[in-house]
Design a protein. Sequence first.
Length: 173
Amino acid sequence: MSDAPERRGAARFITIVPLTLLDQDGGVLDATATAHDLSSAGFKGECLYAVQEGEVFRFTLALPDDRPPAAGRAKAVWVKKETFATWVGAKIVEMSWADRRRLRALVAPPTVAWDKLAGHLVNAVFWIVVVAALHRALFESRLWRRTLLDLVPSLLALFVMGWALSALTAKRK
């Protein structure tokens, strides 16, 4: 392991995604490349084309789940040449807003379930209204106060009996 500090600015998504490397004019440099460690800021590419460190190239990433490919320009930050492939650490320097958004959604899905949060909000408002109404009824009406005080022993007995019944009928492990 290296003691070098981590320089990544975005979380990585460990995957294998088909990658096409293109020159600045759109000519194909390598149509059989593969992107690994994908993030919204860059990727690690495995290719047959001999990329040079510092070289800027165009690329397309074939995103999974039948999403349209993402395209942009990247700069080779580091290059490691091996016998059968060249590995390149690519930093994305240009990408459309829509492609970057789709890439970000792939590598870092949203952590907030907005539909559940909205449901909790509706429940909270409901219970606030109920508690406020009960508070008003209890402290402003003698009749309601007296009726509820008379019901407390019966409600407590019902609660205890319900709890005991559920404990008796529960399946034992």
